[in-house]
Design a protein around this ligand. Structure first.
Ligand SMILES: NC(=O)c1ccc[n+]([C@@H]2O[C@H](COP(=O)([O-])OP(=O)(O)OC[C@H]3O[C@@H](n4cnc5c(N)ncnc54)[C@H](OP(=O)(O)O)[C@@H]3O)[C@@H](O)[C@H]2O)c1
Length: 230
């Protein structure tokens, strides 16, 4: 039984990952801003109560890393899946975006995930996997984010911070680090027109995550296992 921590677990892809790992028989720490408000988490708590621990936490809060580490205690983590993210303002225009909106976007999508990852790093088991949910829109070479430039820039910032952290860890890193593109998925963020269901994306993501266990990889990869250019 693996110990799996999933952040951004209240709905969408994060909730799908919680369901998938519980379904495999693993133990899950599910982080959500307001777990009690998540109908999905309430439903699975009834079914898997003993293997599911809910942690109420706004990942942007300065105290979030310390709070999460204290709650996890001395439990070693086999998988850390940092999935929370926001699309940012509707009008993605650097000329008109408010300072508050741009700060919220980059804090949520890039800075807060790295803060939490760094705090959890001593708890990550050797041979484990730590992932950030990025997006193909964060790829500088593919530049497919023309319609959402601020969101794309926030995911590029996430990827950049991941690479800097990997360089800093150097040969002391004994776990895999992945930036994941989940595909275009039907969630509140992805919208109704997206081709993939949460279940399809999550099935692929779990395969990719599990394939990275024990390999100490550092990759940007999609839900089908295809490598993406940074
Ligand atoms: N859907 C797609 O097509 C797609 C494509 C590429 C990448 N992605 C990425 O995949 C990830 C999941 O996306 P999704 O489609 O599942 O989105 P979603 O349905 O909008 O869910 C986003 C999740 O992030 C959580 N979250 C946001 N800010 C948070 C914070 N400060 N503290 C704690 N939790 C926070 C939300 O919690 P609340 O319920 O509290 O708001 C929610 O659980 C995101 O990183 C997104 O950028 C999605």
């Amino acid at each position: 039984m693996l110990n799996v921590l999933i952040a951004g677990a209240s709905r969408g892809i994060g909730l799908g990952l919680v369901r998938a790992y519980l379904g495999r028989g693993d133990r899950v720490f599910a982080l959500a801003r307001d777990p009690a408000a998540s109908a999905g988490l309430a439903e699975i708590l009834g079914r898997y109560g003993r293997r599911l621990q809910l942690i109420a936490c706004d990942l942007n809060a300065a105290a979030a890393p310390e709070q999460v580490v204290a709650t996890v205690g001395d439990c070693h983590l086999d998988r850390v899946l940092l999935n929370a993210g926001i699309p940012g303002p509707h009008k993605q225009d650097v000329a008109s975006v408010s300072d508050a909106d741009v700060a919220q976007l980059f804090l949520t999508n890039a800075v807060a995930p790295l803060r939490l990852a760094r705090a959890l790093r001593p708890l990550v088991r050797s041979g484990g996997v730590l992932t950030f949910t990025s997006s193909v829109m964060g790829s500088l070479q593919l530049s497919v984010g023309a319609s959402m430039p601020l969101y794309s820039a926030s995911k590029a910032a996430l990827n950049s911070l991941l690479l800097h952290w990997a360089a800093e860890l150097g040969s002391s890193r004994d776990f895999s680090l992945l930036a994941l593109h989940p595909g275009w998925v039907r969630t509140d963020m992805g919208g109704d027109q997206a081709p993939l269901s949460v279940e399809q994306s999550v099935a692929g993501l779990v395969d990719v995550i599990e394939a990275a266990a024990g390999l100490d990889q550092c990759r940007f990869v999609d839900y089908e296992g295809n490598a993406l250019p940074w």
